[in-house]
Each structure stands twice: as C-alpha cells, then as structure tokens.
Ligand binder design. Structure first.
Ligand code: BGC
Length: 437
C-alpha cells in the first residue's frame, strides 16, 4: 500500500471531491414513506445478519441539517445521496428532498442525486418490463421539482449488484435466487437507465451519468480453464453493464438471452449519450474454473454449477468485511477501461470507494483512502480523464444484509443515541481537500 510520507499529488483543476450515501441506508423515518422491497426482505427472518431493519437507520430524515453541517465542515464540493422512490410516492416525500437540496446549496455543497439505489417500491418487480417506464415517469417528477438546483444526476446505482445479489443469488432484496434467469432484471434496469436519461433531458437538466460497480477480474492461474472462467465473470460483472451503455451492444451471446421483441431498439435507448460515467470501486476478484462444489464466498453461497468459482486473494490486507485491499487495481481498472472503450468512454467519476473498519481512530481507513486516491492519480497521470472522487460513506449506516455490523463511515454513528462523531479519517480527508484547493 502507498505510504503517506509523500505529499498527495495535485489533481486537475475543477476535480470534484465528495462523499456518498443512499436513502434506505441512512434516512430512517420508514413510517413516513411507502414500503420498499428492502422492507419486505428485512422482515423475513434470517435475511439481515444482525436482525436489524432500516426503520430508523441514522435518522437522517430528521437530522439532515446536522449532517449537512458536517458536510460543510468537511469541505466537500459535492454530496451524493439517493432519492427514495417509495418516499416520493408518499405525501410530502419530495418536500424532504427539496429541503435537503436547499440546505446543501445554502452550505455551498453541490447536490448529486442518485435516482435508484435498490429500494424499489414493494409491489414493483424488475422482472416486469413496465417497471422501466414507471421509473422514467418517476424520474420526470423528481427532475421537475429539483432540476433547478441539482448539480449532477445518476440514474441507477450498481444494477450489477442489484441483479446478481438481489435476483440471481438471493442474498439482497428482493431475495430471488434465479441464477441466469435473472438476466431480464439486468435488461429492464438498463432500459430504465436509458429511459431515465431521456426523461432527464426532456426536463431540461444536464450532467447525467450512471454509477456502475466495476473491478478487475484476475484469473486464478494461466491455465486456459481459469482464464476462460475469469473472462466469463468479467462479462457478468463488468461488460454486461458497461458495453450496452457505452457501446450500445451486449457482449457476444448475451443479447439473444434478453427479453423483449426488439432488443436492438432497446439498446439504442440504453446507449443514450452520457455526460460522464460513474465507477464504484471496492476490490478486484480472483476467479478460476468451477470447483464442483457449493462454496461460501463473502457470506454468499455460490452454487456448484456456476461456470466459475471465486477464489481468495491472499497476501494483501483485508478490511473488517474481509475484502482485499488492492489500491493498484483501481489504476488497472481505469486504464483497462480506457483501453477497452477508447473515445466511447466519457469522463469518469469515482462515485464510490471506501472500506469497513471498526473504531473512531480509523488509521486503516486513512491508509485505504490514501492508497486509492494515489492509485487514482496514477490513472489520471496515465491519461484517463477522471473528474471526481466520492468516498463511501459519509456516515456509518445500514449495510444491507449485514445490518449495522459494518461501518463504512467517515463519521461514527452511535445508533442508540444517534450521536455523530467524526473519525480520524474525516479529519484526514478534510486536510486533503484543503491541500487540493
Ligand atoms: C453500494 C452501497 C454499499 C457499499 C458497501 C456498494 O455496493 O452501492 O450501497 O453500502 O457498496 O457494500
């Protein structure tokens, strides 16, 4: 890992520094909104490890002023948060985001809005094609109300994880274990993305992107079977969601598996030009040939008949979540993206990067962020057009199926009292931002 002995190199002028959150993970005030697929999932015993729910979470809905003050004190240029569709469907729901956006603008922090971060209204289903057009209608309403003040728009957060974890493996909401029959969920979300881009443009807003999760896929060895398995995994995690958006095509063989009468016509919608492309980066994945047995990986049980198997990455530090810490894989990812997509890749923003560690004196998080920001700079120096970086996350929060057991925040939250305590990493990031001014 890079040391902190050398000064952080300067990023280009206008580089946007921020932090990210999502509605379901922080807002609470669940009684003031409709239910989402995550509420239904959480109510099923055993689905969330510590048995917790997001009913209160960080109570951000009531404490947003305090949280915006912390953002202003941190000195970020932008704050990425998501608008909850179930809240917007409820009386007064959009008023909350109106107040939040005003508060951010008054504090000099630019609002960056994610329009879907996994909390689908209960009763809707991404297996259904019309969920895509319903999403576009919802987006029009949000853009009409907030469009005059929002700095950047993100259509979807990580459709890959929502498809794979939520619909293929069943460890996230809505808890379906459809394996490859989950492919329509990918297509309908991608279609929703394209329709949302059109809805946003029709509403007259600019500066639109997506937040896709990506990571290098490393073959377990040079054996052909391992290389082929790793390529397959790379298609599922990376290319299935980037190729249609950036190239207007599915990776070979996948287009035929997608639902609908005219997938080619859908791809034209999906490939609506973007102003920038958001990358969420956490870790690379090592992948080898199938091992013929159901294996547990990262808390997910992987069926034996998948055409690949995920392997441990050894000899690197691990976060408290057990994720490998490999900053240089961020440089590899971005230069690889530039080489793969060439001038079809718009400017890139890192819309999430972060780690789970316990404690307020979180030196490991500082080392993680320091290493990754230096790795990002190496990608910039190698000519990748990167325009911004957002830490996941502002606050410790409801970490999906892990409940409150994982702490990703720059700010510690004591859930019984809701007291916020900035961690050492918060102070470190503030100094970094000042030095970059
Ligand atoms: C998601 C966040 C999540 C984070 C850490 C990303 O996949 O967008 O909602 O909390 O990773 O797991």
């Amino acid at each position: 890992m890079a040391t902190q002995e050398h000064p952080m190199p300067r990023f280009p002028d206008g580089f946007l520094w921020g932090v990210s959150t999502s509605a379901h993970q922080i807002e609470g005030a669940a009684e003031l909104r409709e239910r989402s697929v995550w509420d239904e999932f959480t109510d099923r015993p055993g689905r969330v490890k510590d048995g917790s729910t997001a009913a209160v979470a960080c109570d951000h809905y009531h404490r947003y002023r305090e949280d915006v003050a912390l953002l202003a004190d941190l000195g970020v240029g932008a704050y990425r948060f998501s608008v909850s569709w179930p809240r917007v469907n409820s009386p007064g729901g959009l008023d909350f985001y109106d107040r939040l956006v005003d508060e951010l603008c008054a504090a000099g922090v630019r609002p960056v809005v994610t329009l879907f971060h996994w909390d689908l209204p209960a009763g809707l289903d991404w297996l259904q094609r019309d969920t895509a057009s319903r999403f576009a209608d919802h987006v029009s309403g949000v853009a009409e109300r907030l469009g005059d003040r929002v700095h950047k728009w993100i259509t979807l957060n990580e459709p890959a994880e929502h498809t794979l974890l939520g619909h293929a493996l069943g460890v996230h909401a809505p808890g379906k274990r459809l394996l490859f029959d989950a492919l329509p969920v990918a297509h309908h979300q991608l279609l929703a993305h394209g329709l949302a881009v059109r809805a946003l443009r029709a509403a007259g807003v600019t500066d639109i992107g997506i937040a896709n999760s990506h990571g290098p896929t490393w073959p377990a060895s040079r054996e052909q079977a391992d290389v082929e398995a790793a390529d397959f995994y790379d298609v599922l995690l990376n290319r299935l969601f980037a190729d249609p958006v950036l190239l207007g095509a599915y990776p070979a063989g996948l287009g035929e598996l997608m639902p609908g009468d005219d997938v080619e016509a859908d791809l034209k919608v999906i490939a609506e030009p973007l102003d920038w492309y958001g990358v969420n980066y956490y870790a690379p994945t090592k992948v080898g040939a199938p091992q013929g047995a159901e294996i547990e990986f990262g808390g997910v049980s992987m069926p034996a008949d998948l055409p690949f198997s995920v392997r441990e990455i050894t000899d690197v530090p691990l976060t408290d979540f057990g994720w490998p810490v490999v900053p240089e894989a961020l440089t590899e990812l971005l230069t690889g993206f530039r080489d793969r997509y060439g001038d079809r890749l718009p400017p890139v923003m890192i819309t999430e990067n972060g780690c789970s560690y316990e404690g307020v004196d979180d030196r490991q998080r500082i080392a993680f962020l320091d290493g990754h920001i230096r790795a990002l700079h190496r990608a910039v120096a190698a000519g990748v057009d990167v325009r911004g970086y957002f830490v996941w996350s502002l606050l410790d929060n409801f970490e999906w199926a892990e409940g409150y057991a994982r702490r990703f925040g720059l700010i510690h939250v004591d859930y019984p009292t809701q007291k916020r305590t900035p961690k050492a990493s918060y102070h470190w990031y503030r100094e970094l931002l000042r030095a970059q001014e």
